[in-house]
Design a protein around this ligand. Structure first.
Ligand code: PRX
Length: 632
C-alpha cells in the first residue's frame, strides 16, 4: 500500500476527503434529500427541465390507475434527441462519445457528431426494412459500438428494442424473440471473448431454424470476418445496408409514456418477463442518477464495465452517459485476457477517472493478486462503483485500496432491471460503510418490512419495499400486465416489492442480503432456477430437475442441480458432464451448473412444488426449517 493512504477495516466508516467534497456537484446530501422527500414532484420536474422536450408535460405524475403510474403526462419527447441531437449545436459535437478497445487491442473512437450520423443512417436502414413506430427489434450482438448504434436507431424512430445478452444461447434467444414477436434481428458474425469466438450468427440461425418465428430480416455486423451461414433474402450485411442509407433521419416525436425498450429478466417462473421502460421518465431518472451519483463532469473518462445487454449497460453505458455528454470507455472482451491486468492497462491507457463494475469481477481479480493492479498507474481514478450483488467487505476493501489507491469513494448502487436506475446508493459526499449501499436516492423511500408488511426494527432482517413511485420505474411486463401487478404490487398493497431481503442499521444505512425468490445471482447475472431446470428437463435423459444456488467465492453463487433420470439411463460422471454442457448450449455458458447430482427423490410439498430451501439447507448442512408441508 502507498504511503499516506488511510487503511480501513470492515467496521470503519469512510468519510470523504476535502478534495472529494470540494469537487462534488451535490455537497449537501441532507438538504437535497429533505427537499426531494417533501416535494418529490417539484424535484423531478426540475430534473426534467434539464432535458429538452418538444412539448412540456401537463402533469408530472398521474397515479389515478395504480400501480400503472404515468410520468410527465402529455409531454412530447425522444430520449435520442437528448442523447445525441442536443449536443450537435454545442462543442460536444466533436467530443468523444465512446473510446472502444477490442479484445484484440484494436481501437476506435467515435465523436457525438459521428455517432449521431451512424445512428441516423441505421435508423433509415430499419425504416427501409419496414420497421415502424412500436415494432420490436431484437438485438443480439457482441460488445461493439454498433450495439448502442442499433439501440439508439430503434429509439430514434420509435421502435422498441429488445436486447438479448450475447452470452445467452439458442433457447434463451428463441424464447425472447418469440415473446417479443420481433420481425428484425440485428446480430454480429461473431464476438471475441476470452480469446475465443462466440458464434452469434450461428446461434441466431439455430434459434430461427424451426421456421415458426416472425423474423423477416437478419442484419449482420461483420466483426470477425469468419465464414458464416447465410439465408438468401433474409440475411443482410450491416455494411451493405449502411452504404446506401441517408444520414438524415428526423427524430420521431414520442409521448413521454411511449415504450422505449423491453428487457427480459428472470423471475420465479420459467418464463422470463419483459420489463417495459418508456422514453420520458426513464430518461429523467437515468440522467439524474448518473449525474449525481457518479458526479460525471465533462473532463471525465467514465467506464461502466458491464455488458450493454443488461440493464446496467442500457442505463449507464448507453442512455445516461450520452444524455450527460460524457466520454465512455467500452471494452469488448474478457477481463483477464490475455493477462489479469487487462482492465488496469485500460484504466492507465485512457486515464479512466470513474470505474463502475460488479463485485464478482473484483473477487476474480483478488484471486490473481494485488501485483496486477500495482503494475499500472491508476492515479487518474477518482470514483469507483459496484453493482449487481452485495459487495462483501473484503472485496470492497480490496477494490478501495488496490484499485482506488485509498482515494476513491465506492458507489455501491443497489437497483434492478425493474427500477431503471440507482435506488439505494451513496453520493461521493456520503460517508460509506463497506458492504452497505447506504441510503435511498433523492425522492426514493424504501422500507424493510416483515411478512405482514409492518416495518421491522433497526438491524432486523425483512423484505425490501419501495413506498413511492419514481420516474424510472418499469411501467409493466410487456404483454402481461397481470403478472406485473402480481409480482411486484400484490404482496404488499401500495408498495413495490423488490424480491430482496435487507436490514437497516441504526444510522439508516441499508444492507442488502439477497433474493428471497427463486432468482439466482451468478457472477452478477440474474438467472431463474426454473429456467435452469427447464433446460435440464429438455435433455432426453432427465425426468425431473431442481436447481439451487450455493455460495461461491468468486461468483457469489454457483448453480447446483439435482436430477432424477428417466428409466434406462445411468447416472455416470460422463452424463453429468453432458448435462452441464447441455444447459450451457441451450441457455448460455453463464447458466452452466457447477454440479449435477443424480438423485432418486426430490423434497416436495404435497402440491408437488420442489422445496429448494430444503435442498439448500441439506447441501449446506444447516437446519431444514419448517417441514410441515414436506410430502415425504
Ligand atoms: O438482488 C439485487 C441485486 O441484483 C438484483 C437485480 O438484478 P438485475 O435486475 O439483473 O439488475 C442488476 C443491475 C442493476 C437485485 O434485486 N443487486 C443489484 N445491485 C446490488 C444488488 N445487491 C446488493 N447490492 C447491490 N448494489
Amino acid at each position: 500500500m502507498q504511503d499516506g493512504v488511510v487503511t480501513l477495516d470492515h467496521k470503519s466508516v469512510y468519510r470523504p476527503s476535502e478534495e472529494v467534497i470540494a469537487r462534488a456537484r451535490i455537497k449537501d446530501w441532507d438538504a437535497l434529500s429533505a427537499y426531494a422527500a417533501e416535494n418529490p414532484l417539484a424535484f423531478w420536474a426540475e430534473r426534467a427541465e434539464e432535458l429538452e422536450w418538444f412539448k412540456r408535460w401537463d402533469q408530472v405524475l398521474d397515479d389515478s390507475n395504480k400501480p400503472f403510474f404515468k410520468w410527465f403526462v402529455g409531454g412530447k419527447f425522444n430520449i435520442v434527441h437528448n442523447a445525441l441531437d442536443r449536443h450537435l449545436t454545442t462543442w460536444r459535437r466533436n467530443k468523444v462519445a465512446y473510446i472502444w478497445q477490442g479484445e484484440d487491442f484494436s481501437e476506435r473512437m467515435i465523436a457525438y457528431g459521428e455517432l449521431h450520423r451512424e445512428v441516423s443512417k441505421f435508423a433509415n436502414v430499419l425504416k427501409s426494412l419496414g420497421v415502424q413506430k412500436g415494432d420490436r427489434v431484437t438485438i443480439y450482438m457482441g460488445r461493439v459500438i454498433e450495439l448502442p448504434v442499433a439501440m439508439l436507431a430503434c429509439a430514434r424512430i420509435g421502435a422498441v428494442h429488445s436486447v438479448v445478452y450475447g452470452g445467452f444461447s439458442v433457447e434463451a434467444l428463441r424464447g425472447r424473440i418469440a415473446d417479443s414477436q420481433s420481425k428484425i434481428v440485428v446480430t454480429c458474425d461473431g464476438a471475441y471473448v476470452n480469446g475465443k469466438v462466440v458464434e452469434l450468427k450461428q446461434i441466431v440461425d439455430d434459434a430461427l431454424k424451426p421456421g415458426d418465428l416472425p423474423v423477416e430480416k437478419v442484419i449482420v455486423y461483420r466483426r470477425t470476418g469468419r465464414e458464416i451461414g447465410w439465408v438468401e433474402g433474409r440475411d443482410h450485411w450491416w455494411h451493405d445496408l449502411m452504404a446506401q442509407a441517408s444520414p438524415n433521419c428526423p427524430v420521431e416525436v414520442m409521448d413521454a409514456e411511449d415504450p422505449l425498450f423491453i428487457l427480459y429478466t428472470s423471475g420465479s417462473t420459467g418464463k422470463p418477463k419483459a420489463l417495459l421502460h418508456t422514453h420520458g421518465g426513464y430518461a429523467v431518472y437515468t440522467y439524474t442518477t448518473l449525474r449525481y451519483v457518479f458526479d460525471v463532469q465533462d473532463e471525465d473518462r467514465y467506464w461502466c464495465a458491464a455488458d450493454p445487454g443488461w440493464i446496467t449497460g442500457h442505463s449507464y453505458i448507453v442512455y445516461a452517459p450520452l444524455m450527460n455528454g460524457v466520454t465512455s470507455i467500452m471494452y469488448e472482451g474478457g477481463p483477464s485476457y490475455p493477462a489479469p491486468d487487462r482492465w488496469w492497462s485500460i484504466v492507465e491507457q485512457y486515464r479512466v477517472s470513474i470505474l463502475y463494475c460488479a463485485p464478482t469481477a473484483i473477487r476474480g481479480f483478488m484471486r490473481f493478486g494485488e501485483e496486477w493492479p500495482r503494475k499500472h498507474d491508476m492515479s487518474s481514478l477518482r470514483l469507483l462503483g459496484s453493482v449487481g450483488e452485495p459487495i462483501n467487505p473484503e472485496a470492497w476493501l480490496w477494490f478501495y485500496h488496490n484499485v482506488g489507491g485509498g482515494r476513491c469513494p465506492i458507489m455501491d448502487t443497489w437497483w434492478q432491471t425493474e427500477t431503471g436506475g440507482f435506488m439505494i446508493t451513496p453520493l461521493p459526499v456520503v460517508p460509506l460503510k463497506p458492504g452497505s449501499a447506504t441510503r435511498p436516492f433523492f425522492g426514493i423511500k424504501a422500507e424493510v418490512v416483515d411478512d405482514a408488511g409492518n416495518p421491522v426494527k433497526p438491524n432486523e432482517e425483512g423484505y425490501l419495499t419501495i413506498t413511492v413511485p419514481w420516474p424510472g420505474m418499469a411501467r409493466t411486463i410487456y404483454g402481461d400486465p397481470d403478472r406485473y401487478v402480481q409480482t411486484y404490487w400484490a404482496r404488499y398493497p401500495g408498495r413495490y416489492f423488490t424480491g430482496d431481503s435487507a436490514r437497516v442499521d441504526e444510522d439508516g444505512y441499508f444492507w442488502i442480503i439477497g433474493r428471497v425468490d427463486d432468482v439466482l445471482k451468478v457472477s452478477g447475472y440474474r438467472l431463474g432456477t426454473a429456467e435452469v431446470e427447464s433446460a435440464l428437463v429438455s435433455h432426453p435423459a432427465v425426468a425431473e430437475a431442481a436447481a439451487i444456488g450455493l455460495p461461491h467465492e468468486v461468483r457469489g453463487n454457483a448453480i447446483y442441480t439435482y436430477v432424477i433420470l428417466r428409466a434406462g439411463y445411468e447416472g455416470t460422471p460422463e452424463l453429468a458432464e453432458e448435462l452441464r454442457q447441455h444447459v450451457a448450449k441451450v441457455m448460455g455458458p453463464i447458466a452452466r451448473p457447477e454440479r449435477v447430482e443424480f438423485v432418486t427423490r426430490l423434497p416436495k410439498t404435497r402440491s408437488g412444488k420442489i422445496m429448494r430451501r430444503v435442498l439448500k439447507a441439506r447441501a449446506l448442512g444447516l437446519p431444514e426449517g419448517d417441514l410441515t408441508t414436506l410430502e415425504e
